[in-house]
Design a protein around this ligand. Structure first.
Ligand code: GUN
Ligand code: FE
Length: 445
């Protein structure tokens, strides 16, 4: 049936009658890009599969497959506070809304309940890969990782490091404790999934304001000794944050120099926001091959960035970019909402840059939400599109209102490209009828 995926930022492949073969391990073993339905049927017949070993989806009109979405930045313990404190500046919002809420995750029963809803909620949105910040708590973070594994979501999961500048009730006990709990979470996640087939650990210093030099140094030491470990943090998000960082670290003239000094910037680093970037910082993150988690909703609603980040400029320079819902600073856990806001923000940027940073097209924002995100999460060898050898993480989109409250988007004369565009710009989770991770159905059996 119809399959749509990105080959690159500028190449969207739209195949009306493709044949994808997925092994029982969930790996794409062949991909026939036919445009002739009879050829597709003949090829299928010639493959001679033993009956019962495979499920064949003869897609109905209006249905198509796309790669699963990748959310490169979100906060699992903010699930229950989504949308609160809109318009507040970052440090005020953290103090008033976020720290009291995240502190509740000291209670494992509470963590289990909210995190179960959170993982289900993201899977329902077709988010097959998520990079999660946990809270400071080791036990709650392990619960989050276990839930991702049990529910079949691909995830990077990090215990959040915070050794200063927050209230006593929400702080690591000490630098040593912060590092020790981090190491224990890494070991736990790797013991549950030794190959990193679904869940992987990630270092998660909240941002430099929350971490003493010794904590950043200790995390950098862990990173240096572990060439597989990614790192995520908030980077040049808002003026209030950048000013406080500069006051705490007068020895550095940029956040790029700061995080690089502590050994935290490399090709596995995921830098959230990156709203304000000097020419120097652009060149540093490009040279170090760091990825950007673009969070277009929270950038313009919470934190005080209120800023359309320079995404066209990142893409022009070949800097990796993916999309983040940044749920809960971002009010929505829908990546479709983030896709649309990325487009809106890019047009605002086009205006403020006097035409230099041209707005993003539908296929470019779709790329950011799939293959771009996979690159940012260092998972492009496994997911992001349907290349043979990758794993089958996919969303089955339905656009005909025949059952289960699907919203009808199709008109008789619509091409597949038109239906796709309508889904991206107007669809919602009712159109996300089935979700697969590694070939396994994780939503909508
Ligand atoms: N900077 C530090 N922590 C946070 C957070 O939770 N959300 C956002 N948007 N920025 C942050
Ligand atoms: Fe964030």
């Amino acid at each position: 049936g119809p399959v749509i995926h990105s080959l690159s930022p500028s190449e969207l492949e739209i195949l009306p009658c493709a044949l994808l073969v997925v092994s029982s391990e969930g790996v794409i073993s062949s991909f026939l890009k036919s445009t002739d339905p009879q050829q597709t049927r003949d090829t299928l017949a010639s493959l001679n599969f033993p009956p019962g070993l495979i499920t064949i989806h003869n897609l109905e009109r209006g249905q198509f497959l796309i790669p699963g979405f990748v959310d490169t930045h979100n906060h699992a313990p903010q699930w229950a506070q989504r949308g609160l404190g809109q318009g507040m500046h970052i440090l005020d919002w953290l103090d008033a809304i976020t720290f009291p809420n995240e502190a509740r995750f000291r209670d494992p029963a509470y963590a289990r309940r909210i995190y179960a809803d959170c993982v289900d909620g993201f899977l329902r949105q077709g988010i097959t890969t998520a990079s999660y910040y946990g809270s400071v708590h080791g036990e709650a973070t392990r619960i989050l990782a276990d839930l991702c594994l049990a529910k079949g979501q691909r995830a990077l999961v990090g215990k959040c490091n915070m050794t200063r500048n927050s209230p006593d009730y929400y702080l690591d006990a000490s630098v040593e404790d912060s590092l020790q709990v981090t190491r224990a979470c890494i070991a736990h996640i790797r013991s549950r999934d030794p190959e990193g087939a679904l869940i992987r650990p990630i270092l998660t210093p909240r941002f430099a304001i929350s971490c003493d030099d010794a904590a950043l140094q200790g995390l950098g030491d862990i990173a240096r000794g572990d060439p597989l470990l990614p790192m995520q943090t908030h980077f040049n998000e808002a003026e209030q944050e950048m000013q406080a960082t500069a006051e705490l670290f007068p020895q550095f003239t940029s956040e790029a120099d700061l995080y690089e000094h502590f050994g935290l910037l490399n090709e596995r680093s995921i830098l959230a926001h990156c709203c304000y970037m000097s020419e120097y910082e652009m060149s540093r993150i490009k040279a170090l091959n760091c990825g950007v988690a673009h969070c277009p909703i929270s950038n313009m609603t919470v934190g005080g960035g209120f800023m359309a980040a320079p995404i066209r400029d990142f893409m022009r320079r070949g800097i990796k970019v993916g999309l983040g819902t940044d749920s809960g600073g971002g009010f929505s856990s829908s990546i479709l909402d983030a896709i649309r806001q990325a487009m809106i923000a890019s047009h605002a940027r086009e205006a403020t840059s006097e035409g230099r940073d041209t707005g993003l097209s539908v296929h470019e924002v779709f790329y950011l939400a799939t293959l771009g995100g996979a690159q940012v999460c260092s998972l492009a060898d496994k997911v992001g599109n349907f290349e043979v050898g990758k794993e089958f993480d996919a969303v089955l989109v339905g656009t005909q209102g025949t059952e289960r409250g699907i919203m009808t988007l199709v008109e008789e004369e619509d091409s597949l490209k038109t239906v796709f565009e309508k889904f991206i710009m107007t669809g919602d989770d009712r159109n996300i009828t089935q979700v697969f991770v590694r070939g396994r159905v994780v939503k909508g059996g």
